[in-house]
Design a protein around this ligand. Structure first.
Ligand SMILES: [Zn+2]
Ligand SMILES: [Zn+2]
Length: 334
C-alpha cells in the first residue's frame, strides 16, 4: 500500500493527507449529492453503527432488570464498571497493539513521524504517555463514565426523567439517533472552548494536551474534572424523551468513541487494497496546534468563529496571523 497516493510526506517523515479537511457538506453551497452521500455514509460507518450495536448487546444481555436497577447495589454497579473497563481494554488495547506495539503498518498514514514511546517526558506518570493515559483512563475515566450510566439507569428504573418507548415514538427515535453525535459534538465544543481559557487550561485541560502526538491511550487521558464535564452530555436523557438504550449508545460513543481523534493514523491498512478511514485528522490538528478545531467539523462552530484548520498551508497562515494579533494585543496591554 503506497500512502503517497493519498498524501505527502515531509523531510522529517510526517504524513499529510492530500485532500484538505472540509466541514460537513450540508453547510457548503452548492449542495453536492455525492458529497452528502459520502458524509452520511461516514456519519454511520464504521463508528456510530458499531456503538449502537454494542449498546444494544449491553441493553439486552448485560444490563440488569428494572427491579434490580431501582436500588443501587455494588453488584450491578461493578458489572457495568467491569464491562466498560473490559470494552476499553479490548478496543483501545487492540488499536495500541496493532498500530503502536506491533507497528503492523509501520508509519504508513501516520501524521507524526515520532512514536510516543520514544518521547519519555516528566509530564507523564512513569515518563510514559501510554502508561499515564491508561492509568487516567482506568482510575477516573471509566469510573466517571460508569457513574453517569448508573445514575441514568437508576433514574429510569425509578421513573425520573422523560422516558418513552421505540414503539410509541419511532420517528422521534430515528431523529434522536441522528442527532446524538451532533449533540455530543456541540456539547464537547461548549465545554472544550472554556477549557482553553488560561486558568482552566493550566489546571485542568493541559493534562489532555500533554499528548502533543496523541495515541489511543490519550483518548480519555484527562483531568477528572474534564472527564466529569466530558461525560455530562449524557444528562440529555433526563430531559428529552428517550429510551435508556440511547444513554448506553451515547456513553459508548463518548467513551470508546473518544479514540476517534487520537489514533494518530489517517487510515488503517486492513489488506492489500482495503483501508479504513479513522476520521482522526481534525482532532489531531487540535493536538498539534492547540488553538484550532475545538469541535470536529460536523457542527460548523470552528468555521463560524474562525478557528477551523483544514490541514493546509493557508490555514497555517491564518493561524499565524491570529496568534500574531493576540501577541500584539498582549504586548500593547503591557
Ligand atoms: Zn484530544
Ligand atoms: Zn483542547
Amino acid at each position: 500500500m503506497d500512502d503517497l497516493k493519498y498524501g505527502t510526506r515531509n523531510k522529517r517523515g510526517d504524513w499529510t493527507p492530500k485532500t484538505p479537511l472540509k466541514i460537513a457538506p450540508i453547510y457548503r453551497l452548492p449542495w453536492s449529492a455525492a458529497e452528502i452521500f459520502a458524509f452520511v455514509n461516514g456519519y454511520f460507518l464504521p463508528w456510530n453503527l458499531a456503538f449502537m450495536g454494542l449498546a444494544t448487546v449491553y441493553w439486552v444481555y448485560l444490563t440488569p432488570d428494572l427491579e434490580t436497577l431501582a436500588t443501587l447495589s455494588p453488584g450491578w454497579v461493578l458489572l457495568l464498571l467491569g464491562r466498560n473497563a473490559l470494552a476499553v481494554l479490548i478496543f483501545f488495547g487492540a488499536m495500541e497493539l496493532r498500530l503502536y506495539v506491533l507497528r503492523k503498518q509501520g508509519n504508513q498514514f501516520k501524521y507524526n513521524h515520532r512514536w510516543p514511546s520514544e518521547n519519555k517526558s516528566d509530564v507523564f506518570m512513569f515518563k510514559s504517555q501510554t502508561i499515564d493515559g491508561a492509568i487516567r483512563t482506568f482510575t477516573t475515566g471509566v469510573p466517571i463514565w460508569t457513574a453517569y450510566e448508573v445514575m441514568i439507569l437508576w433514574c429510569y428504573a425509578n421513573g425520573i426523567g422523560a422516558w418513552s418507548s421505540l414503539s410509541a415514538h419511532p420517528v422521534w427515535f430515528v431523529l434522536l439517533w441522528l442527532a446524538v453525535p451532533i449533540w455530543h459534538e456541540f456539547h464537547f465544543y461548549c465545554i472544550h472552548r472554556p477549557l482553553h481559557w488560561p486558568w482552566f487550561y493550566k489546571h485542568i485541560h493541559s493534562v489532555h494536551h500533554n499528548s502533543v502526538n496523541p495515541s489511543p491511550w490519550s483518548s480519555l487521558s484527562m483531568h477528572p474534572v474534564e472527564q466529569l464535564l466530558f461525560f455530562s452530555s449524557s444528562l440529555l436523557y433526563l430531559l428529552v424523551p428517550a429510551h435508556p438504550l440511547f444513554a448506553l449508545y451515547h456513553l459508548q460513543l463518548s467513551g470508546l468513541g473518544s479514540i476517534v481523534g487520537h489514533i494518530g493514523f489517517d487510515k488503517i491498512v486492513l489488506g492489500d487494497e482495503k483501508l479504513m478511514d479513522t476520521h482522526t485528522y481534525n482532532h489531531y490538528l487540535h493536538h498539534k496546534y492547540f488553538e484550532v478545531n475545538y469541535g470536529d467539523g460536523t457542527v460548523p462552530l470552528d468555521k463560524i468563529f474562525g478557528t477551523y484548520h483544514d490541514g493546509t498551508a493557508a490555514s497555517d497562515a491564518v493561524l499565524e496571523q491570529r496568534m500574531k494579533r493576540r501577541r500584539d494585543k498582549m504586548a500593547a496591554r503591557g
